[in-house]
Design a binder for this molecule. Sequence first.
Ligand SMILES: Nc1ccccc1C(=O)C[C@H](N)C(=O)O
Ligand SMILES: [Zn+2]
Ligand SMILES: [Zn+2]
Length: 207
Amino acid sequence: MSLIDISRRLQNGMPVWPGDTNFSFELSWTKEESGSVNVGKLTLSTHTGTHIDAPFHFDENGKKVIDLDPNLYVGEARVIELLDVESIKKVDLEAFSLNGVKRLLIKTNSWKNDNAFPERIPHIEKDVAEFLKENGIKLLGIDVPSVDPLDSKELVAHHALQENGIHILESIDLRSVSEGDYELIALPLPLTDADGSPVRAVLRKYV
Ligand SMILES: Nc1ccccc1C(=O)C[C@H](N)C(=O)O
Ligand SMILES: [Zn+2]
Ligand SMILES: [Zn+2]
């Protein structure tokens, strides 16, 4: 089965978290200059486009990207739809059967404009983390740039998820994906000290 790309494009001018480093790709050597090759140079925030958060992002003593088990980011995942909701609550998730689901990807379709950072996003309510843990979920993916409100300083959902052993995948693009079970591949880079990492996230439909 072919892969469905659920990653956001990394390109100059792409939307980033307000105030964060802009994404930039440029050639530091052109083929003409070097006589042999083009060589690119990247400048980007660790939270650019589709990415994972390491606990060190919001916890001084939290794990860094290199400490995260790659198995979290490869394997069975269920996609569910909660379209255009204000927030995501335990009661919303209780409507779905999540038995045996290790990775849950929530499609809200609330980020509609690729060219602009969203002004409001649905956030994860505090009661969700414990419910996900009870269901055995280890990874939560969402199609918006944060699991907390954009202006949150306390990052209640980030901390609650971490306390319940649930890892975070943000800004996936599920617009072309329907509800169901897939194989997810969304491996972070082997960044030794980082608080997050961009990922190329893809799904493969089970047949
Ligand atoms: N890039 C940032 C710059 C400054 C302040 C927050 C961010 C974030 O990305 C936070 C977001 N809650 C996140 O989990 O990725
Ligand atoms: Zn992030
Ligand atoms: Zn986050």
